[in-house]
Design a protein around this ligand. Structure first.
Ligand SMILES: Cc1cc2nc3c(=O)[nH]c(=O)nc-3n(C[C@H](O)[C@H](O)[C@H](O)COP(=O)(O)O)c2cc1C
Length: 508
């Protein structure tokens, strides 16, 4: 948490920013909603989101990542009370509804929406994302999650969550289904919009996908015509060994959280190896590390702000959050108990980052709660704009990260400080996307999120798993039924009989 002394080397790779937000009151800084300057209680006000979108666009952020869960944090003490009392990601509204609102006031900002695939059939989900890709003109991303809260599974008709690795197996097949719908069902030239010829869509260019797998059967055609990106930009955030294999195959943007450069470098190296193992280039993915920036025009003012914010952290709220992430009820342990790693069916990485991921550091429950109290599981960079820029550049160099997924302490003050103070400093050093109209700016023509991130077109790369899928084949026709039963034999005869159906009044 202190200012790292390394200066930025001009000409190094740019620092990228992504904003980490959620359609709720308290996201990654439990207790901070009580601060007089925090505005996150306005999350039900459309203007709150419009202001955020305009701010992030002005600051040249890659995208806003809208987190989501479909349950309450009730692992702590076995009840949702602490989460409800302290607004720990509850009350919580739907993230997707925010996107058209924010897209309508921006041109470039991307939107990474979180949807858990565990609870929704791929067919209807694929349509929801295609719709958003159309309405954002190709600026939608999907954060692929399988959930970690048992409370979500129970309220969505299951006895509890599927086992950790099994959720990733399900996810692999789910992705194959949605790739077939997004990439293969409609040919590029299927839609003719030919008024004179009276043909809107050429039916010969729309293909049924015929998917038959272990978990899903989807025979038909996608409901949507091709959207600008077809497949949304794929975000992912699991770093367990099964999570890495999944990311290697599917992810384009990967989000990691760890308290030190040692932990985060381990994640980054492992993820790039997994990407290569899946036949892709290491820089086919952008990896963002979670962080919180606390800055002010002077170093003294920044440190004073940090101390003041720390006073609003709520330890019980932080423990409720940590318990939900890890599946371990931390209310049962004293604050000075040391955290050891154990396998859990919730998220594995959250627990590992405070235990096995860095063998040189032992964390107590109280230390971990205080740490995540400001900005979640990433570092806090405190200082004047130059000191913060130094720390960002040093972290990037030490870990191999491409950029930072910025949490906030105060909405929207934290992001406003970054945009007004840190972005200009990084630009002065040539380490940030140039301002619109400056040298190096890609111009004003609107681009899709994928084109803006990778500079290589709107579609998934040919080496990506989503471009390797093939359509299934139609099911073989059912074998004719044996006609042993005279009634069935009689029914079979009906097909050759012309029937007169008597018209009667409906009885109900
Ligand atoms: C930065 C970050 C953001 C995440 N956002 C969400 C989210 O919004 N919803 C969710 O269900 N899981 C979210 N997760 C959890 C991951 O999807 C994943 O379940 C978790 O990292 C554990 O995966 P692992 O056991 O493979 O490491 C997030 C994780 C990270 C690191």
């Amino acid at each position: 948490m202190s200012a790292a002394g390394t200066g930025a080397s001009p000409g190094g790779k740019p620092v990228r920013f992504n904003a980490f937000a959620m359609n709720t009151v308290g996201h990654q800084s439990p207790g901070l909603w009580t601060h007089p300057r925090d505005e996150s209680h306005r999350y039900t006000d459309p203007d709150y989101w419009i202001e955020l979108a305009r701010l992030l666009e002005r600051g040249g952020f890659d995208s806003v990542f809208l987190a989501d869960v479909l349950g309450v944090y009730d692992v702590h003490g076995g009840t949702p009370d602490a989460a409800l009392r302290h607004a720990v990601q509850v009350p919580l509204n739907d993230p997707l509804a925010l996107v058209p609102l924010m897209a309508s006031v921006t041109r470039e900002l991307g939107f990474g929406v979180t949807v858990a695939l565990t609870y929704e059939p791929p067919y209807s989900f694929a349509r929801r994302l295609s719709t958003l890709d159309h309405l954002t003109r190709g600026r939608i991303g999907w954060n692929i999650v399988t959930g970690y809260l048992d409370s979500a599974a129970r309220n969505l008709g299951q006895d509890g969550q599927r086992a950790h690795d099994e959720r990733y197996d399900l996810a692999d097949e789910y992705l194959d289904v949605v790739y077939k719908l997004w990439e293969l069902s409609w040919a590029d030239d299927a839609v003719r919009r030919d008024k004179a010829g009276r043909v809107f869509t050429d039916p010969s260019k729309v293909h049924a996908i015929h998917h038959r797998g272990t978990h899903y059967r989807v025979p038909g055609v996608h409901l949507c015509e091709p959207s600008p990106q077809r497949t949304p930009v794929l975000f992912q955030a699991g770093t367990s060994s099964r999570g890495r294999a999944f990311a290697g195959r599917h992810a384009e943007c990967i989000f990691v959280s760890g308290p030190s450069t040692a932990v985060v470098k381990g994640y980054v190296d492992g993820l790039r190896e997994a990407v290569v193992a899946a036949g892709r280039a290491p820089d086919d993915v952008l990896i963002y590390g979670q962080a919180l920036i606390i800055t002010a025009p002077t170093a003294e003012a920044a440190q004073a702000k940090f101390k003041e914010l720390e006073r609003h952290v709520d330890i019980e709220a932080a423990l409720a959050l940590l318990s939900g992430w890890t599946g371990v009820d931390f209310s049962r342990y004293p604050l000075d108990a040391t955290i050891d790693y154990l396998d859990t069916q919730a998220g594995r990485t959250a627990l590992a980052s405070f235990s096995s991921a860095d063998p040189t550091r032992r964390w107590t429950v109280g230390e971990a709660a205080a740490f995540i109290g400001l900005g979640g599981r990433g570092p806090v960079f405190v200082g004047d704009p130059a000191q913060v820029a130094d720390q960002l550049v040093a972290w990037q160099a030490a870990t191999g990260l491409d950029g930072f997924n910025l949490a906030y302490a105060l909405a929207h003050e934290t992001f406003r400080d970054v945009v007004d103070l840190v972005v200009p400093e990084l630009r002065r050093r040539g380490r940030y996307r140039p301002q619109a109209g400056e040298e190096g700016d890609a111009g004003t023509a609107p681009r899709t999120l994928r084109a803006r991130l990778f500079g290589q077109g709107d579609r998934l790369k040919p080496t990506h798993a989503g471009r390797q899928v093939r359509l299934g084949t139609p099911e073989a026709p059912e074998s004719p039924r044996p006609a042993a039963d005279p009634d069935i034999a009689g029914l079979a005869d009906l097909s050759r009989t012309s029937l007169t159906i008597p018209l009667t009044e409906p009885t109900a």
